[in-house]
Design a protein around this ligand. Structure first.
Ligand SMILES: [Fe+2]
Length: 229
């Protein structure tokens, strides 16, 4: 695992803060950084989100960017209560975008109880760190007639996993409560045209940020939740 050396200078820190503000349009279902409506805190520890984003940006500049960023992510989710106190307890399906840039995308994703996400690719490396609940991944690979499942990995709180550039996975929250994770991608996740596969026919279909947004909105509607957060 690569080590993380140094942090951005103060000017870079300001850029990060400005960048976080600039991507507010990507917030599908905002879970404010500091919300007065956040439920009861668990302990006193609280993740410093701005510092976390800065550390990820610095690690992304290392020679092994994915390993470096995964190390930052692993450290963050090792104290899941601190993440919950900063991001809030998940209450609906949503993506809380912390950074959206050409070389790095970071968001917190929350899955409703027993939510499923069809097979999809990213076309860039991905790191997933769970801070509450559980996320089951089925791993797929292309085959002569589409895609074929070949592996699985169950991620619990404090776990961090790495997916390579060519990964195809589907995701399930098997629990009767919400799951929350921090997802980090080595590229511009929301502006990359990717693929997803119909969960029954396994027919390949186009996917992008709007498609993902629609999936989350439908999930909240299915459960009778307010889709506007
Ligand atoms: Fe994914």
């Amino acid at each position: 695992m690569a080590s993380i050396e140094g942090l951005p200078q103060s000017s870079q820190r300001r850029k990060v803060i400005a960048g976080v503000a600039a991507i507010s349009s990507f917030l599908i279902l905002p879970m404010a950084f500091a919300s007065s409506t956040r439920p009861t805190s668990i302990g006193r520890e609280r993740m410093d989100i701005e510092r976390f984003v800065e550390d990820c940006i610095a690690a992304n500049n290392e020679s092994d960017s994915q390993a470096g960023v995964k190390e930052v992510l692993k450290r963050a989710v090792s104290t899941p209560n601190a993440v919950i106190n900063a991001l809030g307890e998940p209450k609906r399906a949503g993506l809380n975008v912390l950074l959206s840039s050409p070389t790095l995308t970071i968001f917190a994703a929350t899955w409703t109880p027993q939510m499923n996400l069809m097979p999809h690719n990213h076309l860039m490396w991905a790191n997933i760190g769970i801070y509450t609940g559980r996320e089951d991944n089925i791993l797929w690979k292309r085959s002569s007639d589409g895609i074929k499942a070949y592996g699985a990995e169950a991620l619990f709180a404090k776990d961090a996993a790495a997916l390579p550039n060519n990964a195809i996975h589907s995701v399930t929250n098997p629990l009767l409560r919400f799951t929350g994770g921090i997802h980090i991608y080595g590229g511009d996740f929301f502006n990359t045209h990717r693929s997803q596969w119909n969960p029954e026919s396994l027919k390949e279909e186009p996917s992008d940020g709007d498609v993902i947004r629609g999936i989350f909105q439908r999930e909240n509607k299915r459960l009778g939740l307010d889709s506007q957060g």
